[in-house]
Design a protein around this ligand. Structure first.
Ligand code: ADP
Length: 160
């Protein structure tokens, strides 16, 4: 296999155990994984881009072949800038497929060399999303089983 770099893009608002599960799987297969926080103007944010990057870096500090970056713009432009063509996405359920299929097809139209590779998380994370975490946090619920401890502390800190 060639020296392979893969980009894992997302909002990561905030990073959850579901994202970390996907990153673990990808890091076993690819030589280097670049986790990249993307800004979606349409989405309401809980954490700033800098906070999301910092939380990811803390969560991934022991992973030697994973780095964290951020980007404002088209995914295909970021992928080209990183001199790769591989995009990683997670599939929780069939309901993710339609959206992911569309994004992958659009990216391929913009950059024909791009390959989107999908990973399935372990079953216990298939219901987990950042928006579930944000909803629970909004009502001051316990998120400790869904996100790493430093993320749970950051969420608790926001409520004060
Ligand atoms: P969310 O949908 O939670 O806001 P992101 O935009 O950060 O997440 O998603 C980045 C990628 O990670 C997407 O491909 C999404 O499907 C995937 N993902 C998010 N949560 C999980 C999870 N619990 N298990 C597997 N993949 C996930």
């Amino acid at each position: 296999m060639k020296n392979r770099i893969a980009v894992y893009p997302g909002s990561f608002d905030p990073v959850t155990y579901g994202h970390l599960d996907i990153i673990d799987r990808a890091a076993k297969i690819f030589d280097h994984v670049i986790v990249s926080v993307f800004v979606h103007s349409a989405k309401k944010h809980m954490f700033t881009m800098e906070e999301r990057v910092a939380m990811l870096r803390t969560a991934l500090k022991d992973k030697k072949n994973v780095s964290v970056d951020c980007f404002e713009g088209l995914l295909v432009d970021f992928v080209k800038k990183k001199k790769t063509s591989v995009v990683i996405r997670g599939l929780r359920a069939i309901s993710d497929l339609e959206y992911e299929f569309q994004i992958a097809a659009v990216n391929r139209t913009l950059y024909p060399d791009v390959e989107t590779v999908f990973f399935m998380p372990r079953q216990r994370y298939t219901y987990l999303s950042s928006s579930v975490v944000r909803d629970i946090a909004h009502f001051k619920g316990d998120v400790s089983k869904l996100v790493p401890p430093h993320v749970a502390r950051a969420i608790a800190g926001r409520k004060k």
